[in-house]
Design a protein around this ligand. Structure first.
Ligand code: F6R
Length: 630
């Protein structure tokens, strides 16, 4: 996920930029760069790969200790539009302006056509660079730098944040946000900080302001004192914004200010997706879903059938993986609970690959089944999050997710990283086997790359979405039981939602394929029961809505989770959790990505209910992070 850092003030600008960007390295990136003033001009240093490459450039030029008050901006980029090259790295310089951008400009193609017609020639393949030209165009109309930024932002669709400086306004930094998070602060030594995460500036100050959606913020000196001015980006009206004092103790520094690891880990999902994609893919290649060469990929390419085994949440990931792989790659996939599989006599056809999915790589049943299959000469693959785990060592090959350490016992970011890996494998095998057209593969891949950015904006701590989920939780946390229901891709998510609620809130909850409820469980429905209906606008929506009617007419309290513009569904629900969906190219392709929006919703619902019930969210009773016994 892109990281943004900006500073103007009394400290050495390149040093502050680099130290802030280092603290943002955890976000995952593939190129980096900084822009700062030297003798009144903006110098740009950027490079592919890690931040140390930029550090070296600065060092070689003797600029690493530049000291002036004119400011600078820096960025770690994770490529979406255009490859991870030096040219595409940020900051982008357009005339006197340099900018860094986090998120997606969805209407970039229209903007690009307009700019080309006006004679501009962008140097990179990015959507980001175009923003600088928009600002230049607005300045030509006579607008000030700040007003030109505001006017340009009104032309942009999508969810993002942009931070800019200009040679014509030394000492000033302008930031604007309608998506990806942005934090600003005053430097106690004189100066202003801009960052995509408070972590980047916490070593200088703990008093920060979280930039709200739709805010424009200007950091500059007025009468010799630094200040931060906030404006409504739609109207240009000045706003009052308060600061937050972050009370991060050593322990809470681990939790980065979150009350529980689980919440932190829910929020870390977009980053873990980026890291997982970086690990799985060879982004230097142009093809959609370009898998990085590794033995596990060769095993997959050779397999004629797949048998996936797993437990708990990992089993839910496998169930969803089957939908994607069978749909796009047209390979038969069987999914089974490891504890059942290992104690029956499975008949596997030749050329079957057995895949164990386990975040810990230590789960006794999954590991036992892998050992058994190996002893029978059947090829095995482990999908795990922990390098060096038993499964990674004992299976014929391992494929890793990169969710990072997960401390909360309930699986959250490891689950969605497993999902993402399976989706990527399905897309890649589909493209290679030509069972998924190149065009669809490319469109889908582009959407997958946008997903972490999109969710990052969605999950921001101050987001309205969280407040809505919190409100719903407060209405239902005392109810006696829950059903989660969904069809198609939403069915495994219904199972996962129910499992999360059971394990952390200790509430009786069951997940069902929506069509199954009337085959028995509907007898349990009364006005004390809550039914969480997962029905995004996909091919299964209509059928799920019919099932909703069946339980609603029997008195159930309905929590609807669906597209924010699905008014009919909202009206049928007692409580509503909307899913904002990015502007899509083709809905039939995007529907495969709904699980990545639904999962955080059910995770947060369970989390809030558990907090309200006062349970031990991070270490629920009777559970362990690695289940090493049968
Ligand atoms: C649920 C949960 C468990 C695990 C299960 C398998 O939140 O964490 O259901 O998913 O114990 O664990 P792994 O993935 O380590 O094999």
């Amino acid at each position: 996920m892109c990281g943004i850092m900006g500073y103007a003030g009394n400290r050495s600008v390149p040093r502050v930029l680099l130290s802030g960007l280092k603290r943002l390295e955890y976000r995952g990136y593939d190129s980096a760069g900084v822009a700062y003033f030297v003798d009144g001009r903006l110098e740009i240093q950027k490079a592919e790969g890690k931040l140390c490459n930029v550090e070296k450039l600065l060092h070689d030029k003797g600029f690493d200790h530049v000291q002036n008050e004119n400011g600078g901006i820096g960025h770690t980029r994770w490529a979406t539009h255009g490859r991870p090259t030096t040219q595409n790295a940020h900051p982008h310089k357009t005339g006197p302006i340099a900018l860094v951008h986090n998120g997606i400009i969805e209407n970039y193609q229209d903007i690009k056509c307009e700019l080309l017609e006006k004679g501009h020639r962008p140097l990179s393949e990015t959507d980001s660079e175009l923003f600088g030209y928009l600002v230049l165009e607005e300045q030509k109309k006579g607008h000030s730098f700040v007003e030109a930024v505001r006017q340009s932002f009104l032309k942009v669709e999508g969810s993002c944040s942009v931070v800019l400086i200009s040679e014509e306004e030394p000492g000033m930094i302008v930031g604007i946000r309608n998506g990806s998070p942005l934090v600003v602060a005053l430097d106690p030594q004189g100066g202003v900080f801009f960052a995509s995460d408070a972590q980047a500036i916490i070593e200088y100050t703990n008093e920060v302001a979280f930039v709200e959606m739709g805010d424009l913020v200007v950091g500059h000196q007025v009468d010799g004192r630094y200040q931060l001015d906030f404006y409504d980006s739609l109207t240009g009206t000045k706003l009052d914004r308060t600061t937050t004092k972050l009370n991060w103790s050593v322990e809470s520094l681990d939790k980065q200010g979150y009350p529980h690891y689980m919440l932190k880990e829910i929020f870390e999902q977009p980053q873990s997706w980026i890291d997982t994609l970086n690990l799985l893919l060879d982004r230097a290649k142009q093809d959609p879903f370009p898998l990085a060469a590794q033995p596990s990929v060769e095993l997959l390419r050779r397999a004629k059938q797949l048998q996936i085994i797993a437990c708990g949440t990992s089993w839910h990931a496998a169930l969803l993986g089957k939908y994607w792989i069978e749909r796009w790659a047209k390979i038969t996939v069987q999914v089974e609970l490891a504890s059942e599989f290992r104690y029956r006599d499975p008949v596997l056809s030749p050329d079957t690959l057995v895949i164990g999915i386990s975040q810990s790589g230590e789960t006794a049943d999954t590991l036992g089944a892998i050992r058994e299959m190996r002893s029978r000469g059947i090829p095995t693959l482990g999908i795990c999050n922990v390098r060096g785990s038993s499964m990674a060592r004992e299976a014929d090959a391992a494929l890793f997710t990169a969710a990072g350490p997960e401390v909360g016992v309930a699986a959250t970011k490891t689950f969605t990283s497993q999902l993402l890996s399976l989706l990527v494998l399905a897309g890649a095998l589909g493209c290679e086997r030509k069972t998924l057209s190149l065009e669809s593969g490319r469109e889908l891949f582009d959407e997958v790359l946008r997903l972490p950015h999109f969710m990052d904006g969605y999950l921001h701590r101050s987001s309205q979405w969280l407040a809505q989920i919190d409100h719903v939780s407060k209405q239902v946390y005392r109810r006696k039981g829950f059903f989660f229901m969904g069809r198609g891709y939403s069915f495994p998510i219904a199972l996962e939602g129910a499992l999360k609620l059971k394990e952390i809130a200790y509430i009786n909850a069951e997940g069902y394929a929506a069509g199954e409820l009337k085959h028995g469980p509907i007898a349990m429905i009364d006005d004390e029961m809550v039914v969480v209906v997962l029905a995004p606008r996909d091919r299964w929506r209509e059928k799920t809505i019919s099932n909703l009617q069946e339980v609603k007419s029997r008195g159930a309290c309905i929590i609807g989770i669906g597209n924010s513009d699905d008014q009919a569904f909202e009206e049928m629900s007692d409580f509503w959790i909307p899913l904002n969906v990015p502007k899509q190219i083709r809905p039939e392709l995007f529907e495969a990505l709904y699980p990545f929006l639904l999962v955080p919703a059910v995770q947060l619902l369970s989390y809030q209910v558990a907090v309200l019930r006062g349970t031990d969210v991070d270490q629920p009773r009777n559970l362990a992070k690695s289940v090493t016994v049968e």
